[in-house]
Structure formats: C-alpha cells, structure tokens
Design a protein around this ligand. Sequence first.
Ligand code: MAN
Length: 528
Amino acid sequence: MVTYKWSTRGNSVFLIICTFIIYAHSDVPRPRGVSLSKASLYTPAKDFTCFDGTVTIPYHYVNDDYCDCFDGSDEPGTSACLNGIFHCTNAGHRPLNIPSSRINDGVCDCCDGTDEYATPDTCSNICEDLGKEAKAEAQRIVELYKAGSHLRQEFVEKGFKKRNEMAEQLEQLEKDKVEAEAIKAEKEAYKNEVEVRENEALQVYRDAEALERQKKDEQEKATLLKESTDQFNKYDSNSDGELTRDEINVVNVFDKDKDGQVDDEEFQYFFGEKQTVDKEAFGTSVWPLLKSFLMMEQGMFRPEDTEQADNEPEVEADEASDSDVEYAGNDDDNSDLDLPQDEGEEHEPEPDRSTTYDEETQKLVNEATDARQQLTEAERSVRGIESNIKNIQQNLEKDYGLHQEFATLDGECFEFQDKEYIYKVCMFQKVTQKSKNGGAEVGLGNWGEWAGGENRDNNKYSAMKYTNGMSCWNGPQRSALVNINCGLETKLLSVTEPYRCEYKIELTTPAACDEANASQHHSSHDEL
Ligand code: MAN
C-alpha cells in the first residue's frame, strides 16, 4: 500500500495543467515527457501502474509534481522524481531522453524547448535548423563512406594479397629451413670430421709445446732455487744452515725504509712469525718477497745513477755505502739473479701462438678453419630463416580487420606535429613522441589490441590501443589510443593528452570506410 502525501499534492496547479497539455503535433495524446512508444502505458480512463509494477495510482496523479513511483515513471514531465526521464519529441530533429531533473532548470536541453515549459520564452524551437544540419552531416557521412568505400576496396584487395603472399612466403621459408638445416647438419659433420684430423695433427705440436713448457718450468725452478740458495748462503754468515735476526740485521736489503736498521716490522715482513729460517723456508717464503727489493736496489745503484748522486749526495751516498758494505768482496753475488737486464738472456720468449706448422698440418688447419666458417654461415642462414618465419607468423596472427583492410597499413608511419612535439604512429608497431627542442624519442606504446566495440561505434576496428610505453615520471607507463574514422586519406588529425601520459590520437583512413558502419557511426555520434 502506498500512502499519498495529499498535503503537497495539488500545490502546483499550474504545473499540473501544463503537464497534461497534449502534444499538438502528436497523433497520440499522452502526458508531458512521455515518448510515443510508452504512450499506451498512460491511459486517462484507467489508474496508472508504475512501470516496475509496485504501485497503482489514480491517473490524475501522473505528472502532479509528486513522486509516487520508485522508478519515477509517474512523473515524466516534472522534476519530482530523482530518477525520472523526460522525453523530448524534437520534431524535425531527433527525439531525446533527458533526466527529469533538467526540466525547468533554465537550460535548454531539448531543441524544441519543451523541457523549459514553465518559461516558454526561455528556449526557442531550433529543431528544424538542427535537423537540417544533422541531415546535411548525415549526407556528408554517407557520401564520405561511399567515396571511401571504393578506396577501402583497394585496401581489402591489397590486404588479401599481402596475406596470401605472407602465407606463401611462410610455406617457402619452411621449405628453405628444412634445406638450410640439412646443409647445416652436413657442414657440422664435415667440420667434426676435419677437426678430428686437425686435432691429431695439432696434438703433436701441443705435446711438443707441453714438453717445452715443462722444461722451462723446471729450469725456472732450478734458477730460483739457485738464486735463493746463493742469497741464503751469503746471509748465513756462520754457515749453520739457519738465518737469524742477527745475521740479517747487517744486510741492507732487509732494511726497507733505509733508516739504518732492520726493525721488528721489517723483520716480521720477511720472516713472518718465525725467528729463524732454514734454506728451504727461505726459498719458499723469504726469497719471493726479498727478490724484488734486491732487484730495486740493483736498479738504484746502476753506474749512470752514481753521477746523479753528486747532486743529491746525502741519501744516495748513504745507500751507496750500505750497498758497498752489503756486497763488498762478492761482486758475483747477484750474477745469477733473474734481474730485468738479464731477462732476455735468461728466458725464452713465450711460444708464439701462431706457430708455423708443417705443410700437411697447415693444410688440415686451413681445411678445419674453412669448415668452421662454413658451419657458422650455415648456422647464420638457419637463424635468418627462423627469424623471418617468426616475423611472418606474428604478422599472420595479427587481426587486420574482417576483410584484411588494415593489412597494408602494417608498418606504415604517420606523423602529426603540435607546438611542442612530433608524434608518430607506426601502424601495428608503435607510437612515439619527439620534442621539437631535440632529445630522445619517447615511446608512447607498442601495438596492443583493437579497442573499439562496446567503447566506440560498436565496432572493434574503430580504435587501436598501444600500450607499455616509456614510464611516466611518478606515473603509469605511457599508452595511446588511436581512434580510427573513415577518411579519404590515411592521416593523423589530432593528438591530445587528456590524462597525463595517456594520449588520444584521431586517425582517418579509407580502410575504415565500411558502408555497413556508416549509419552506426552517424547514430552513435548523435547519441552524444
Ligand atoms: C614528457 C611528455 C609529456 C608528458 C610528460 C610527463 O614531457 O612525454 O607528454 O606529459 O613527459 O612527465
């Protein structure tokens, strides 16, 4: 049961009268704000039942400026119900439904002015003019689609051709791949075969080299041992086979900082935790450290440096005398050292990698090198074919429209410049932005998917979405929506950035001039 609020009902007598005015041009009498299709639901001889069926009221409660129905259906011609819908007939143009809250709000929503009936002078009826304009626009669209559809047909034909060609190419590439893989297998077998022979021949050289290296290592070891033994014997002044701190205290080279004494730190540096070392320990732990100091000292006291010593007499002279003490009477002490000036004589140079082989070996090496190159080329060829196959497969998987009309646009790029940027849309690939003041290109998105359909024109192919562009500073990754409309030329009409780092691009192309979509295009835009 519904309780009627009699106290307020009837307050707006004027409105009630007005809202029952019967439309002059309409054949079917109906309350204000009711569309022709719903007229039969309002019968003056009967009570009115709300559309949702919840309440039935006397007919004269309709449009009495008091909301009785939850769905607002009893007040189509007043703003009494929050959810009421007012219908304007807009004779001469297109009918329109508006929220009933816009009734008598001082704003002309209906071109026939019927939404502002309380102040009839507020809105004049401009439906005839709008109707004419709309008709002209509709005609323009029809003609545009008509002209564009011829061009579109070319896109369709080219698209099918391109797709067929891609399918043929793929078939051919699959064959080429089988062949290239067979060649690769052949080259690999040949390479393995010649490498076996090459290896056998080179093994002789490797063995010889290993022997050579071994000899050299042994020689080096012997030299080192002799050096360290000689030095040990020299420092072991009492020849008891143990080197003590007393014995090294008088040896200048242990005095690293040349302050005239071998202090604890210096002693520990060479001897570690030991107090004495025998010949063997000297060779393994002291000599490797000492040798470089000895070499340095030797360098310092080269004959040519002695001349300079006159200019900086004190330090140099001291050192010279220390050295004299250290090596006095034993000029040959260092003759066996592996000193830089002796290197050339003492050591064989490293074996040259580009060994000269005998004729037969060289022939095998050349053959193997050639076989390796041939295999590399065969592998490259297989990889090249595989990459082409992948590209074509990816393209074949792309949705180029119901009739392949967008196929020829794949990879085509179109530019648009505004005051600040140059935008580029490379169809089915990416969208970029470049500042006119220079700097790197900014990726606004890579080809993602068709984004028309429910969102736009009820046509999946009326918008393209490019996603995963460069990250926006403190924001999302950039993305671009390309709206596609019929036009006689493929070009960009505008680029805007309605939200930061979200770009909206308008593009026209004959590919979109499908006459089946012309009316759709027209009506969906009118609904706005
Ligand atoms: C650049 C451009 C603009 C974008 C800002 C966001 O300047 O890519 O389009 O809005 O970065 O920081």
